[in-house]
Design a protein around this ligand. Structure first.
Ligand SMILES: O=C(CO)COP(=O)(O)O
Length: 269
């Protein structure tokens, strides 16, 4: 993982989806504040519902944890009832935004073209996109061609400049692994991350491809994270269920910090 390139600091991102209430958010942050490493060692982010983000920015003001939105609109302002402006997210102190998550594609009709509009809107406003690319079982069979993932990467990044790509993180999340308890194997995840990196090399350059972070997401737990994070092209994890638990979140961060260490002891944090 990141030891291969200094710009690829390991990154652990929690995606809470819509699973926490106000009091749960405060309790979680109380438990992890002061226990995550500096952001030049492991970067950490927590994605939550928009309505909690301002409170979370305040609660983590003294912490390196970054606050992540789960979605964003592609226009900065205007008559778009119910949407969230990228300008407003930047204004409240959000740093990253998830774009193109499989659940957004499945339940809210997001397409490659709306993903691309959102990516460019985020970058225009100084937000860093974490772009999800997925793959379903039927395409996995022809995985070495892996056109869907490759096509999603290319479509999401249309119009993204060489300067902007440095602020982009990609996340490979196979649809069948999300919430299923069945993560991709480390080898499968590595193959996909490598393919994403090859796509970046074609779109930009081999040097840039080595500088962009690629995460894995889908049923990551403290038990399987170590092997996944040891893979050469994987720079971190995007975690749903396990990251609802503050202790597991801290375990994942500790693994990202040093995946070679076999056992993590929470007492040592
Ligand atoms: O969707 C995910 C992260 O974005 C993964 O969710 P799970 O970790 O619950 O599989």
């Amino acid at each position: 993982m990141s030891q291969h390139n200094a710009s690829r600091i390991p990154f652990v991102v929690a995606n809470w989806k819509i699973n926490k209430l106000h009091a749960d958010v405060a309790e979680f942050l109380d438990k992890v504040n002061g226990k995550v490493p500096a952001e030049n060692v492991v970067e950490t982010g927590i994605a939550a519902q928009d309505l909690f983000l301002s409170d979370m920015v305040r609660a983590t003001a003294q912490s390196p944890i970054h606050i992540v939105a789960e979605n964003v609109h592609w226009e900065d302002s205007g008559a778009y009832t119910g949407e969230t402006s990228p300008k407003a997210l930047k204004d409240i102190g959000a740093k990253y935004v998830l774009i193109g998550h499989f659940e957004r594609r499945k339940f809210f009709n997001e397409t490659d073209s709306t993903v691309n509009l959102k990516v460019t809107a985020a970058l225009r406003n100084g937000l860093r996109p974490i772009i999800d690319v997925d793959e379903d079982m039927s395409t996995y069979a022809q995985f070495m061609d892996a056109e869907p993932s490759v096509a999603q990467v290319a479509a999401a990044l249309a119009g993204v400049s060489v300067d902007q790509i440095r602020n982009v993180t990609l996340a490979y999340e196979p649809t069948w692994a999300i919430g299923s308890g069945e993560a991709a194997s480390a080898v499968q995840a590595q193959k996909a991350a490598h393919l994403i990196r090859q796509t970046l090399a074609k779109l930009y350059s081999p040097v840039i491809a080595e500088q962009v972070r690629v995460l894995y997401g889908g049923s990551v737990t403290p038990d399987n994270a170590r092997e996944i994070m040891l893979q050469k092209d994987i720079d971190g994890v995007l975690v749903g269920t396990s990251a609802l638990d503050p202790e597991k979140f801290l375990q994942l961060v500790a693994i990202a910090q040093d995946p070679e260490v076999p056992e993590f002891n929470i007492e040592n944090t």
